[in-house]
Design a protein around this ligand. Sequence first.
Ligand SMILES: Cc1ncc(COP(=O)(O)O)c(C=O)c1O
Length: 395
Amino acid sequence: MTYQNTMKQLSEITTKFTESVIREMTRISSARGGINLAQGFPDFDPPRIIREAAIDAIHQGWNQYAVTYGEADLREAIARKAFQYNQIECDPHTEVTVTCGATEAMIATLKALVNPGDEIIIFEPFYENYGPDAILSGAKPRYVTLKAPDWSYDSKELTAAFNRKTKAIIINTPNNPTGKVFSRKELEEISRLCIKWDAMAVTDEIYEHILYDQETHISMASLDDMAERTVTINSLSKTYSVTGWRVGWAIAGPDITSRIRKVHDFLTVGAPTPFQKAGVCALKMPEAYYASLQERYNTARNRICAVLKTVGFNVDVPKGAYYIMAHTGVLMDRYQDMGAKGLCLKLLDITGIATVPGTAFYHSPVMGHDQVRFCFAKNEQTIEAVCRRLERLIA
Ligand SMILES: Cc1ncc(COP(=O)(O)O)c(C=O)c1O
């Protein structure tokens, strides 16, 4: 069925953003039988004990709607872990909202905070969803660039981005797509600006356990005077390799939490009940689990970075998360006029590996055209296959 004059009849807001490039590349990859390094999910199973906890929950009858803002035992487990790992003190009954992934936590938070005309600061390159999130919430995004090789920002540019209309700044640390881990000094500088301009910090900490080279994760809400002006977003997805379970959360002061809960309730009612129950088990994993997760990703990171360099990419080795934002040195030289997406499709043709064009992570198409994002959350066999295929570029 086709509609006439589609753009007049249908929602205007949806004309302001495109289909997710990440999911588009995923589709193209599966149609062509490629190895999908475009979308950020692992190709290995979560720990058995967590899988069994989900199956047990189903057998024990946890199959109906959960408490809309999250089962009490999961909120308590989230608060306990936030205290131990993030030095965030929160009341599980009034300051935690369980959502359908970090994705819903972010849009529910922005919907809870933003009024028309408010501005939101976003570091770029950014996780693809933040741009549409800002549009859907009615905020005007202002972008501050993270610059290679260490993906640092220019303090003057950041300072200039704040003004009296600034409602919030979104910080993703460890960062997708760059692998940047924000330092204490940087977070303190951002916090001073938030306090000066009475702005909120919305932090996406979904990769908090995926760190390399002795990096440490610092939560904005643990900094002086920031607990009450920070919304801390997290999820089971990446830490426990369960991206399909759709369980995330937002931690915020009681006033903001009550607004996030209202938005969440009408958006989705609640996150899947059995997976919330399994989340309680996940959040109790011992220290050794997190160490082995880091070890696995560290090995994959080192292997892929080395091969990318050998075949002619310029690589800034990531400090966290599981992506490499590589500069397309060799490909650019050969296929200059193809554009960023064309380069990724060429790479898929030659190697059978799907990636994401750098442009997907910037608000302006002139940025990121010489960058390609590789996700290395893959098992050893896949990583070896990827390395062999990449070598075709110099064959
Ligand atoms: C920075 C970031 N935030 C959020 C998400 C999505 O999280 P969830 O699966 O919990 O919705 C992703 C997924 O790739 C991500 O990279």
